[in-house]
Write a protein that binds this ligand. Sequence first.
Ligand SMILES: [Zn+2]
Length: 395
Amino acid sequence: MLLTNVRPWAGSPVDLEIDGGAITALRPATSEPDAAGPDAGRIDGQGLLALPGLVNAHAHIDKTWWGKPWVPNPPARDLNERIALERTHRDRLGLPDVRSIAEQLREYVRHGTTAIRSHVDVDPGVGLRGLEAVREAETDVGADVALELIAFPQDGVLRRPGVDKLLDDAAAWGLAQYIGGLDPATIDRDPVGQLDVLFDIAERHGVGIDIHLHDRGELGAFEFELIIERTRQRGLAGKVTIAHGFGLATVDAGRQRDLIAELADSGVALTTVAPMTGNQLPVADLAEAGVPLGLGTDGVRDLWTPHGDGDMLRLAGTLAARCGWRRDDQLEAALRVAANGYFVGRPGAGLTVGARADVVLVDAETVAEAVVAAPRRELVLAGGREVVRAGRFTA
Ligand SMILES: [Zn+2]
């Protein structure tokens, strides 16, 4: 298949040759628009800007009530009350719901996201049902999205007997590629205990770890150190991610610099959701140190938040705005965070020969303009196959 006359990263027009779902050649554009006439193996890119498929590195796809009647967001005073509320209401709402999950995945694809790493709740109430529901929804989507799952103990590990066994089963049976965790100090009140359980499971089954850390200041920084220490001890470099990482965002500059160096050296990555609440990660410093950074939507339309539509291009703009970024090179850097294939096992992926043919076309002059304007996705290819045309899901 040939995708003609597109401008990768706003460069010179090229023709993209695609075979077996991958990009096999990039050549200077030769064909005039429409000169070849209608051809099943040829799509005219019309000189549009080409971006790589976007990567949602932090989703909660199992929690969504997408497509159901509006669910008012219930008030909660803190994290524990929010967790309790979700446990009370999810059964009443029929969550996790395969149809809602598939519809939300289609909405992600419609906006050009072709790879997703999602946390999926695992607890004594839902068991492993959420992981099974997401895998079932994945087969219903109709588009080839790369979906990596994290077995996520939203309700704690040590304080809920049996959760460690569920996490172990999820890893052993290949239902999840990662084991999650949550604020080991404030939720389980035993940071060393929770982390040792998680790292034991990861080491035993060869899976990764992706842990939520909201704890701020020195407590959060201490948890960073515990994670870095265990990543080194267990030989898990490149397989551990800290999500949110507010601790890093809220310590003084010297402490922050030392932690960033340790993250880079130990092979621990970070994801952010460009939070509304401040606590922005030092995105530029992380990039300079070579710490992989991903961007995610977090939950969309669930019992945690009514916000979001799964548009990673728009979210890249939000990240740039919340970092105080205005320059074109900064806006492009935000897009690179939103397209970081590291988090779905595709480091270095992009619009290059050998990469999976995940391509997003938009009508914009530059990458910076695309990030700010988030225009309609004119065409999305997932694994070389058309899945979106003129903003509509077509797969
Ligand atoms: Zn999350």
